[in-house]
Write a protein that binds this ligand. Structure first.
Ligand SMILES: Nc1ncnc2c1ncn2[C@@H]1O[C@H](COP(=O)(O)OP(=O)(O)OP(=O)(O)O)[C@@H](O)[C@H]1O
Length: 360
């Protein structure tokens, strides 16, 4: 296993794109700790696969270095880096049995027959594939095949890291959560460094200890699921994580208040110096309370619709000209003339999309 360091990585796919300043990655500097479980989360085209391929050696970055522990591997092949990969579509040998598929990477590395005989049954047991050991891989379901792809990485004691690129795309929805929790268990047991690319926040937040949120070629925040939810450092994180995403409302700062146009909100910790740029107030729908108009400190809203999502309801409203969502209890009474109060501790102030005081 290895600690993976990305040292000031930038990447443009062609010299022409670089000359135009069109970079798929615009500066990534990060260390993945040995044995960690990470997710790279972001929308299509933000650079997740490019970053993963730079780690695996499929792409050489235009600028910067990749270090495994202290060794510079920037120009080493995937094979020389000892990386295992799990792709969207399982890569296994259909004509081999499940046991032979697991033995294959060991045989390739010259592991003795006795060792193989010991390790393969252990891995079959851990993957829950004992009953399928002697079946040809061809007839298996997609989730079973994906488990074999994973097992082929886990079985190698020399593996530096396992990289996953949207591994649950072809898995049936009802099997997805089973595989996700199994993967988490296997990570706990083996502590192999795992880096998991996805555009699905549920997958990222349930699998990873640390999630890196990417946007437009940059890592905009790295944090635990709680940190990303409670203190999004960039408005994109607030919008992308959570359902519905964070409300982002244009504002002006007047002393210790934020002026939303439709009303003023007192800030619990006003910025020390006057923030510059486009200012916005962020508040998650879970921390917006719908109250009768005229309640002290409340800002009037117009309710457009109410969506029932089972145990709760989502109120879709407008505050001045801006859209606002609030999550309310299923049995909460909604006043005809409504206003909103914001939980003070959940307010975040953004200047040019970055949390004020949040960018390092
Ligand atoms: N081989 C390539 N040549 C030129 N541009 C590329 C190439 N591969 C990716 N890109 C561009 O680089 C940017 C990042 O792409 P990348 O595939 O890394 O994003 P992603 O976040 O993994 O998206 P997706 O989830 O759709 O795969 C995009 O603008 C994409 O069009």
């Amino acid at each position: 296993m290895a600690r993976i360091r990305l040292d000031r990585i930038r990447h443009a796919y062609t010299p022409e794109l670089a000359a135009r300043g069109s970079f798929a990655l615009r500066g990534v500097d990060h260390t993945f700790d040995d044995g960690g479980a990470y997710a790279l989360l972001g929308p299509s085209g933000c650079g997740k696969t490019t970053l993963l391929n730079i780690m695996s050696g499929l792409v050489t970055p235009s600028e910067g270095r990749v270090l495994f522990d202290d060794a510079d591997v920037t120009h080493r092949s995937t094979e020389a880096r000892n990386i295992a990969q799990v792709f969207q579509f399982p890569v296994i040998y259909d004509t081999m049995t499940v046991a032979e598929n697991l033995a294959f990477p060991l045989r390739n590395r010259g592991v003795s027959a006795a060792e193989i005989k010991r390790h393969v049954p252990e891995m079959l047991e851990r993957l829950g594939l004992v009953a399928e050991a002697n079946r040809k891989a061809r007839g298996l379901t997609a989730d079973q095949k994906q488990k074999i792809s994973l097992g082929r990485g886990l079985i190698r004691s020399d593996v530096s890291a396992i990289l996953f690129d949207e591994p649950l795309t072809v898995i049936d929805p009802h099997m997805k959560w089973i595989l996700r929790s199994q993967l988490k268990e296997l990570h706990r047991e083996f502590r192999t460094t795992m880096i998991y690319v996805t555009h699905d926040q549920t997958e990222a937040l349930t699998f990873a200890e640390k999630v890196m949120v990417m946007y437009d070629g940059e890592v905009v925040q790295i944090g635990t699921p709680e940190e990303l939810f409670e203190r999004p450092r960039h408005t994109f994180v607030g919008y992308f994580i959570g359902s519905p995403g964070m409300n982002v409302l244009p504002c002006r700062i007047e002393g210790d208040e934020a002026d939303l146009g439709a009303g003023r909100i007192r800030l619990p910790s006003p910025p020390a110096s006057r923030p510059q740029g486009k200012l916005e107030l962020g508040i998650r729908p879970e921390f917006v309370r719908v109250v009768p108009s005229g309640s002290p400190g409340a800002v009037p809203v117009t309710i457009d619709k109410v969506e029932d999502i089972g145990s709760e309801r989502i109120v879709r409203a407008r505050i001045g000209g801006e859209k606002l969502a609030a999550v309310v209890a299923e049995d909460a009474a909604l006043p005809a003339d409504a206003a909103v109060l914001f939980e003070p501790g959940a307010l975040n102030l953004y200047a040019d999309s970055w949390l004020v005081g949040g960018r390092t």
